[in-house]
Design a protein around this ligand. Structure first.
Ligand SMILES: Nc1nc2c(c(=O)[nH]1)N[C@H]1C(S)=C(S)[C@@H](COP(=O)(O)O)O[C@H]1N2
Ligand SMILES: [Mo]
Length: 352
């Protein structure tokens, strides 16, 4: 690992060095907020080194009054702080059979942080969005050439769009993560947080906000981070419901005739309604206990008290349901390609 990145790893699993991709060991989850040093890192290009005094955010495109904002001006605006769970759309990819291309994430390309920033709606209002605008493109400062015959030639920047209604509703432009300035790898000086959506939409190193009157056709919108629906490639958006077991871990040996705490986290695009656990490979299910309070767009920790049998093996499975009633699918849907992996995953344990 390159020396400048080695110091960043700090107990995280290195999935690739250049670009830097680090995973949180999911078995370590024990609190609602993920410490920044444990939070997964996903990058596509080298991390841009941005001088905040030279950095500007532009708001342009289909707006009456295009504007540029400096970092210090940002800090003077009315700020908000919200906990939001980010999950990479490729989380759990290493469990797919047969294997597919892409970063081989296990369970830990997910985490919850408190994000402090300015609602995007404030800037859109200042700039005066024209009536014909439909979407808002969020563009980062990072760029590079892509190793894909379908990609445009030359350098491409990492960019995604959100519908104008979503941009106005709850997209946050965050300058702090867990109460301190964003670290470089998480998007310093400013990143978008798109609550409830897979994290590819939460653009780091944000430099441009562009209102447009038609659907955005950028590489990371239409070719990558897309899935098949009715024969058409659709951009990924909302997170799908998922419950993951943090402990026990797959392959662990647990004590016979004892109480074992099965513990994990569950999330969806809004709020979790229910988590069930099976200790017999999915034949029967019981409700887990949801811990803490429910917060929109953030995961919910849960636990289940399992009284273990005398000896043998068991297959544990957790299953989440959103407050709107969408439950995790049992089987993988191949239309989802290499993304949105939320089918049920077994955790096999030995009882001794
Ligand atoms: N500018 C920019 N923003 C980006 C990315 C990127 O490579 N460049 N990666 C996206 C993806 S795919 C994910 S999963 C999240 C990861 O955020 P994190 O590294 O803070 O965990 O950032 C998103 N925002
Ligand atoms: Mo991602």
């Amino acid at each position: 690992m390159r020396t400048e990145h080695a110091s960043l790893q700090e107990g995280r699993i290195s999935r690739s060095e250049e670009p830097l991709n680090l995973e949180m060991p999911f078995e370590n989850v024990d609190q609602f907020i993920t410490p920044t040093k444990s939070f997964y890192v996903r990058t596509h290009f080298p991390i841009p080194n941005i001088d905040k005094d030279k950095w500007r955010l532009s708001v342009e495109g289909e707006v009456e009054r295009p504007l540029e904002i400096e970092y210090d001006e940002f800090l003077k605006l009315q700020r908000r702080k919200i906990p939001v769970t980010l999950e990479c759309a490729g989380n759990n990819r290493s469990f797919l059979e047969p294997k597919v291309k892409g970063v081989q994430w296990g369970l830990g390309a997910v985490g919850t942080a408190e994000w402090t920033g300015i609602p995007l709606s404030i800037l859109l209002e200042r700039a005066g969005v024209k009536p014909n605008a439909r979407e808002v493109i969020l563009e980062g400062a990072d760029e590079g050439e892509l190793d894909d015959a379908k990609a445009p030639r030359g350098k491409v920047r990492f960019a995604r769009s959100v519908p104008l209604a979503k941009a106005r509703a709850d997209v946050l432009l965050a300058f702090q993560m867990n109460n301190v300035d964003l670290p470089p790898e998480h998007g310093f000086p400013l990143r978008a947080i798109v609550p409830g959506w897979y994290a590819m939409a939460s653009i780091k190193w944000l430099t441009r906000v562009i209102a447009i009157g038609r659907p955005f056709t950028g590489y990371y919108q239409t070719l990558d981070y897309a899935f098949w629906r009715n024969g058409e490639l659709m951009p990924l958006s909302e997170m799908q419901t998922k419950a993951q077991i943090a402990r026990p871990v797959n392959g662990e040996t647990v004590l016979a005739n004892s109480n074992v705490r099965v513990f994990g986290a569950a999330w969806t695009c809004d709020e979790i309604g229910r988590v069930e656990v099976s200790t017999d490979a999915g034949s029967t299910w019981e409700d887990a206990q949801l811990l803490g309070e429910s917060k929109p767009h953030a995961w919910r920790l849960w636990q289940y008290n399992w009284h273990t049998p005398t000896r043998g093996r068991a297959t544990l499975i957790a299953r989440g349901t959103s407050s709107r009633g969408s439950t995790q699918p049992t089987e993988r849907d191949s239309n989802r390609g290499t993304y949105m992996i939320n089918h049920l995953l077994p955790v096999n344990v030995t009882i001794e």
